[in-house]
Design a protein around this ligand. Structure first.
Ligand SMILES: [Zn+2]
Length: 218
């Protein structure tokens, strides 16, 4: 297995990043702490990282980014363990309007909205409180909305092998709203339908349930 590049946090890492030669600047980058890297970035974006208001910003950004990407450290199997129950129930289970916050992987800007999850059990259900946890596993990473939708559906499919799963996400993207096309009112809707949700009355029922009661302002 290939090892991902690791930026080490060394307390006595270099203070200046050296752009002079590629080799030594790559080495300096790898040595620099996360906070040093953010301090450097502040300077690149025309700021003075040493002014009062920005002194602790690298520390705060590091903490925020650790939280916003902590989904990489979560394991869906572990989260669902102990929360799968045998049932004799084969009607649709639907969990609607779960808030979701994520970061788009293209711009590292937030997108946020609501997730609707439904499935038809095949002998097993997931404890209801675990659905929002499962959404956290995949949303607290760099994402594209389409993949996030699909990963939630696949994780449920894998965990309980239901008759079908449907996931719909309605979200707004900061990268569209505050830059680029500046489409402030647009909502992006994505869906992933597996098994019984792929077509027919189940799909229609799920989509109409989502549409019916989803009168929220995102
Ligand atoms: Zn984006």
């Amino acid at each position: 297995m290939a090892h991902p590049m690791v930026v080490t946090k060394s307390p006595k890492s270099v203070t200046a990043l050296d752009p002079a030669t590629n080799a030594s600047s790559a080495a300096s980058l790898a040595q620099a702490s996360t906070q040093q890297l953010y301090r450097e970035l502040l300077g690149r974006f025309h700021e003075d990282p040493s002014r009062d208001g920005l002194l602790d910003t690298p520390k705060r950004v590091e903490k925020a980014m650790e939280f916003l990407t902590h989904g990489y450290t979560l394991n869906p199997t572990q989260i669902l363990r102990g929360a799968l129950f045998d049932v004799d129930y084969d009607e649709m289970v639907i969990v609607k309007d779960v808030e979701v916050y994520s970061l788009c992987e293209h711009h590292m800007l937030p997108f946020w909205g609501r997730v609707h999850v439904a499935y038809i059990p095949n002998g097993k259900v997931i404890g209801l409180s675990k659905i929002p946890r499962l959404i956290e596993v995949f949303s607290r990473r760099l994402q594209v909305q389409e993949r996030l939708t699909r990963q939630i559906a696949d994780a449920i499919q894998e965990a309980i092998e239901p008759q079908g799963v449907g996931v719909v996400i309605e979200a707004r993207h900061m990268c569209m709203m505050m830059r680029g096309v500046e489409k402030q009112q647009s909502t992006t809707v994505t869906s992933a339908m597996l098994g019984a949700f792929r077509s027919g009355p189940t799909r229609t029922e799920f989509l109409s349930l989502v549409r019916q009661q989803s009168g929220h302002q995102l």
